[in-house]
Ligand binder design. Sequence first.
Ligand code: HAM
Length: 416
Amino acid sequence: MNYIKPRGTEDIYEDINFIKWIENKLINCAKLYGFSEIRTPSFENKNLYVLSIGKNTDIISKEMFLLKTKSKNEYVLKPEGTASIVRFLIENKLYNKKPLPLKFFYLQNMYRYERPQKGRMRQFYQFGVEIIGNNSSIIDIEAIIFADHILKVLNIKKYLICINSLGTENDRNKYIKALTEALKKISKCDDCNKRIKHNPLRVLDCKIDKFDNNKLPKMYDFLSKSEKDNLEFIIQKLIKFNVKVKLDHKLVRGLDYYTNIVFEIKSTETSNENFTLIGGGRYNNLIKILGGADIPAFGFAIGIERIRIILDSYKKNIIDNDKVDVYFITLSNIAKLTALKLAKKLRNNNISVLINFDDINIKKQFKITEKIMPKNIIIIGDKEVTEKKISIKNTSTKKIITLKFEDILTYFRKDK
Ligand code: HAM
């Protein structure tokens, strides 16, 4: 057979527990902030995305996976989650039925036809959140606190939170005019020469030109007073909450639906300066543009592959933590049944247990534990059953402790 996996995709097998560890952290964290899970289809109507992200963005003009049906409908594999959630929201008019803000989280595959490289896949997994129906700056603050909390929970230590404001449409139009004039006087790469006509803001984060901030006008200088005050307020409050943010005048984001506050969190653990872990911001017009109510929204997303790369050096510890708590080596039928009884008690208390039910000798059972690597091993035979006592071996400290059956649960509870 000559088939290999498509470029920019991955078969996940060895890392599955590591990924589940990451996912569980994200899901538990989302629940702490009152988000509920949503799963939308893997493909959506093409125009939903063209209209949301903007036809002149890289995602729409170069990176869509297009699907054509026999009846000539055009769909795309979802390049991101926001538009799909907005579609769901409008289709079900949820804003008329439920108290606002609505708070969704999702963990789903997304697809972009990008040039694959480290942390840049054609099929990638994204965790995202959307908060719909509230325009308060405190929502922006809470969302950025949440993004920071996620990274702390994941034990990611070196990162930079950048923030900017794209202002109102009026502010943005004035800025785009000034920026375009300034850019005309500077030499640019071929892509930027095109972008200047259709999407001048994107020139600011060109990876080739890397324009000097001081040579171009800044969005900040074109913000109305209330937008400036809002940006300053958010930065000050975040700093008070111990979330360090930096105003980045060149931060514009690669999707056209953003308005007002935008932010990105870049990892500083890797030498690759373009390694953005989290990106998001306000999109106050999108729901209306797509035919829904005129309600504001804020959201962000984080790429799971990029978290995996950052956490790779801690992976062993994380996987070790995921090992089964107790492994029973059993020496007779009555021992197997007794192990089952003890396991019930432990499992009911969140302690994971594996029991060897094979009729094989103790040596072979020990051999199996070398592969499974449980945190603790218990050997149980007729003698242990009669005496109602067992010996527990902690596989990392190598210490052995003998306990009465009735004390086992207390012992493992302390260990947890
Ligand atoms: P985005 O900046 O396009 O935003 O993607 C968010 C995150 O997804 C990135 O920071 C990165 O971690 C990950 N990511 C993006 N593309 C790839 C790729 N090709 N391979 C691996 N990881 C990738 C959005 O998608 C917006 N929908 C975020 C949002 C939600 N804004 C408001 N609500």
